[in-house]
Design a protein around this ligand. Structure first.
Ligand SMILES: Nc1ncnc2c1ncn2[C@@H]1O[C@H](COP(=O)(O)OP(=O)(O)OP(=O)(O)O)[C@@H](O)[C@H]1O
Length: 264
């Protein structure tokens, strides 16, 4: 459904350009939950911004259902790390959730109904009348997720959405993403720097090399579909997979230092 082929991104700089992404090629089938990990500065955010149509690529193919992505696709939604900056403080939670629907021309009554349903899905049914600043960080991020869910996207891009919340809240939000993914049957691309999170959440983990970035490894997460914070994380297979991803990231960092080009 989503095709990335030979993607290259060079940022223009005063000294002639910085090659953030050299050559990325992968497909994401409909309905998959794929995680993207890589060393800091690998180009994960750059990749998501290119896929979201927010940043022009330098070279390569970016297609959704075989159609070139030239601007933000109508069927995509993005959740960023900085929930504090993505919600408008002067609007109630309900209005924040409705905002993209308003922009899309959805009639008022339907907007209200979809916002209420989405807030219920993230267990915030009673918070619609509050303002973002009256909520905890984890609750604000749930509002950002509700806003994406209310929009009913086909593809949801998430860029380190839980980096700024505490560990317990993070675990709850991970389970929330898995639940929403299953209930809605959407495709999710989830960027994280947390190796355990990538294995716990994903059906697949794409490991990026250090910049200039290529796909270093592409791992199928063959864990049971019903994940549980305690049981899944204590499975021997979970430990094997996290060790594998960890080693790949260490290799990416080491190769960046020696200047070696990764095998894939
Ligand atoms: N506007 C820009 N101009 C020039 N270089 C940039 C720009 N934005 C990002 N970069 C560089 O591109 C590389 C990739 O950045 P990006 O933010 O995509 O990485 P990342 O993998 O998301 O990093 P992190 O894990 O630290 O969030 C980095 O070296 C960064 O400094």
């Amino acid at each position: 459904m989503l095709q990335v082929a030979g993607l290259r991104k060079i940022y223009p700089t005063a000294t002639g350009g910085f090659e953030a992404i050299r050559n990325l090629t992968f497909d994401v089938p409909a309905g998959q939950l794929a995680c993207i990990v890589g060393p800091s500065g690998a180009g994960k955010t750059t990749l998501l911004k290119c896929i979201a149509g927010l940043l022009p690529r330098t070279e390569g193919v970016l297609e959704l259902h075989g159609k070139d992505i030239t601007g933000p696709p109508k069927t995509m939604a993005v959740v960023f790390q900085e929930y504090g900056r993505s919600l408008f403080p002067w609007m109630t939670v309900e209005r924040n959730v409705e905002l993209p629907l308003k922009a899309a021309g959805v009639p008022k009554a339907e907007r209200r109904a979809r916002a209420a349903e989405a807030l219920e899905q993230v267990d915030l049914a009673d918070a619609g009348g509050k303002y973002p600043w009256q909520l905890s960080g984890g609750m604000q991020q749930r509002v950002a997720i509700a806003r994406a869910v209310a929009y009913r996207p086909e593809v949801l891009l998430m860029d380190e959405p839980f980096a700024a919340v505490d560990a317990q809240t993070r675990a709850d939000l991970e389970d929330l993403v898995r639940r929403i993914w299953k209930e809605l049957g959407i495709t999710i691309l989830f960027v994280t720097h947390d190796i355990d999170e990538s294995v716990y959440l994903g059906e697949r983990v794409i490991v990026l090399s250090a910049a200039p970035t290529v796909v270093q490894d592409d791992i199928l997460v063959d864990l049971p579909a019903d994940r549980d914070q305690l049981r899944t994380r204590s499975l021997p297979r979970f430990a094997e997979l996290r060790t594998h991803v960890f080693e790949e990231i260490q290799r990416a960092k080491a190769e960046a230092k020696t200047g070696a080009i990764p095998a894939r």
